[in-house]
Design a protein around this ligand. Sequence first.
Ligand SMILES: Cc1ncc(COP(=O)(O)O)c(C=O)c1O
Length: 434
Amino acid sequence: MGFADHLDLSSDGNLQIGGCDTVALAARYGTPLYVMDEQALRHNCRRYVDALRNHYPGESEIAYAGKAFLTRAMSRLLHEEGLSLDVVSGGEIYTALDAGYPPEKLLFHGSNKATDELNMAVDNGIGRMVVDNLPELRRLVAIAGQRGTPVPILLRIRPGVEANTHDSVETGRQDSKFGLGISDEETDDAVQLALSHHLIDLRGFHCHIGSQIMQLQPFRRAAVRMMNFTEKIRDRHGFTAGELNIGGGLGIRYRSCDEPPGIDEFVRTVSQAVSRAARDMQIPLPRLILEPGRSIVGEPGITLYRVGTIKDIPGIRCYVSVDGGMADNLRPALYDAEYEALLANRPEDMPADETMTVVGKACESGDVLIKEAVLPPPRTGDLLAVLSTGAYCYAMASNYNRNPRPPVVFAADGSSRVVVHRERYEDLTALDEL
Ligand SMILES: Cc1ncc(COP(=O)(O)O)c(C=O)c1O
């Protein structure tokens, strides 16, 4: 059904996800509603773990990037699947720990970590701090000194690789707020400081070149550059990195025409680049870490909306309004992200001759979910399913216009469970003072 192989038709001819009829899900939980196929999530975790095991001869680790979608249930699922977890704020650390996720399997990222967050991470025994810059390293040295605690770190490097993706999610080129420049003097100073301080345990290096990347070449280039950097540091400082984290960024299918590389292909490309370089440089194989987010949670998620006002402006366009929009999916407004949708209550009806524009309910003309949707002629009350909304949608959701955020439901084997409840109006005012 659609392009996603985990979507299906129910016995009533409705769209089905995780064995659950979407019309029944909408009736039970209301709309808008995020639904995630739990088995598809687990399957993607296993694909990554298996691929790394098959293609990389050294030690390895998959660290899911929590920024794509993180809740207590997701933290639990990741732990059950044996994945590590990349967190990027005190809130993400709190969420993971609150779900019983082991702190030693967390990697703490961020280009501007607050001192409170650094303290929180060190006090909770976070597995690795991914240090972004020299001032942060100095602050960490001070914190480690105050507590007398050794702190394991990776240094984040900007490898100077263009990822050919949207500007807002390019992170590895030289002009970026993230990381230390691969050939900057300051990077050398950071390595020197990390190696010279007895409480800083420098494990290796990290890079992340961007997100929704549809070619493998940039990943290969980044891996080779990082291995060259590893060699340079070995020659200059006598330190051989034991860990190399190549980040995440693999693209997914948002539309039928999208053709991202598969998880296996991506993992094989990076694994081969690193192991070949290690052999050529006669460097022991580093522990290879990958940090996928979107490619684990993106495609398993859909959002269900109820169709409301339909406004056909003759000769201009037909606006189809739904009961959510930019508050639950900011990506189209933020970086022109494109999606496809189905009418979940009659997915097999023939599409109309003309495309229509699916818009949200926010007081913004820019609240457009799909500019040119191919759908059967819609009716008020239809159920619209937007596909591939599992990543960076709930995670970026807001209360704009004081709309409560939708719930998240996991569906598996024909049953469903709420993993995040729908916000209530009382939640909206809970922190307000008169
Ligand atoms: C450091 C880091 N690692 C991993 C990721 C995950 O990227 P993606 O969701 O594209 O796989 C991100 C996302 O921006 C990131 O900043």
